[in-house]
Design a protein around this ligand. Structure first.
Ligand code: AMP
Ligand code: MN
Ligand code: MN
Length: 335
């Protein structure tokens, strides 16, 4: 991460100044938005609306259907429905994006706005006129929670629900290594503001479509374990998605199955791109390997235990590219 010229406190007060001074805001999500991105975006857009601001949340890809229950949907649209020539916002806020290109088509709407970067990825490039990047935060939702405190925004049940989902999803239900005391303190406070842990866990972790379960079955059939039992790989092709009647966002969570195999340190999940040009690879590690470094070398990014990148070519070629980098690191022998 490039050192940010802003301390967290400076960045928070700078964003407060921007909010006081400006009227229109566009919030940009990363491509293939996850629960943290959608929840953080919907929370901030509603907070800005409550301050009388004009605020719109924009995504390159559609929101995964699993988050349809989140409040604030009316303030969200897809970038493809907006003509950049007819659009201007005073401030563009990038949510959970390691670099501006992660916003995909949404980037066209940032134009000459003031750019604000709110993120928690170690691999964040430190871009933007104001950069609020906290790698120790388990989710961007934790940072938005702090920002709302700085902005003195009352936390409604709707905002609390969105932030709770942001944090619960990026921590895998408060189980991953990024979960800290602050995570529980914030989640506890959000519960006090009306977020319902059981109801939300039920909606995000215990509710699946038939097609996603059929696809999971197909994906698990591709399982390969190698490197002395330390590497597990699964893949989903466009054909498999078509056969299961599943959409790309229904692949969420598949990568955690290979990682859960006893002895596995690194798991890879390859998902074929819709245009057939290559594969999105999700990388996960159990406790030692920093997969964000591997993803960065592939042109992607992420966190030490969860990262991703786009790799061109056939499944065989994409797999070889990732394995070549992994094999260069001395991670398969016991230390
Ligand atoms: P995923 O494997 O898609 O669930 O992503 C895991 C983590 O890596 C998330 O924090 C993503 O934001 C990040 N990530 C995934 N793909 C990319 C990419 N192409 N560039 C940068 N970061 C990525
Ligand atoms: Mn994300
Ligand atoms: Mn995140």
């Amino acid at each position: 991460m490039k050192p940010s010229p802003f301390s967290v406190e400076d960045a928070l007060s700078e964003i407060k100044r921007l909010v006081l001074r400006h009227h229109s805001f566009v919030l940009l999500e990363h491509q293939k938005p996850d629960g943290d991105c959608v929840g953080s975006g919907l929370a901030l857009v509603q907070a800005l609306q409550s301050l009388g601001k004009q605020a719109l949340l924009v995504s390159h890809d559609p929101h995964p259907a699993v988050y349809d229950f989140l409040p604030g949907k009316e303030f969200h649209t897809r970038a493809q429905y907006i003509e950049p020539e007819d659009f201007h916002a005073d401030v563009a806020i990038f949510i959970d994006c390691t670099d501006p290109s992660r916003a995909g088509k949404g980037l066209d709407l940032a134009g000459d706005s003031v750019w604000v970067n709110i993120d928690h990825h170690v691999s964040n490039s430190g871009f933007g006129d104001v950069s609020l990047v906290c790698p120790q935060a388990a989710a961007t939702g934790e940072i938005i929670y702090r920002l709302l405190g700085t902005l003195d925004v009352p936390i409604t049940k709707e905002i609390a629900t969105c932030l709770y989902v942001a944090i619960a999803t990026d921590t895998g239900g408060f189980r991953y290594q990024n979960t800290t005391r602050a995570t529980f303190e914030i989640a506890g406070a959000l519960t006090g503001y009306g977020a319902n842990p059981w109801e939300l866990a039920e909606l995000i972790f215990e509710t699946r479509s038939v097609s996603s379960v059929l696809l999971l079955g197909k994906a698990l059939n591709t399982l390969r374990v190698s490197r002395g039992g330390k590497l597990a790989t699964v893949a989903v092709t466009r054909d498999m998605m078509a056969q299961a009647g599943a959409s790309p966002d229904e692949t969420e969570g598949i990568v955690s199955y290979p990682r859960s195999i006893s002895g596995v340190e690194v798991s890879l999940f390859f998902r074929e791109m819709e245009d057939g040009s290559g594969f999105h690879v999700s990388l996960r590690s159990r406790s030692k390997v920093d997969v964000s470094m591997i993803a960065v070398r592939l042109g992607g990014g992420g966190h030490p235990r969860a990262a991703g990148a786009l790799v061109a070519g056939t499944l065989e070629e994409a797999t070889q590219k990732v394995l070549a980098i992994l094999d260069e690191l001395d991670i398969w022998t016991d230390s």
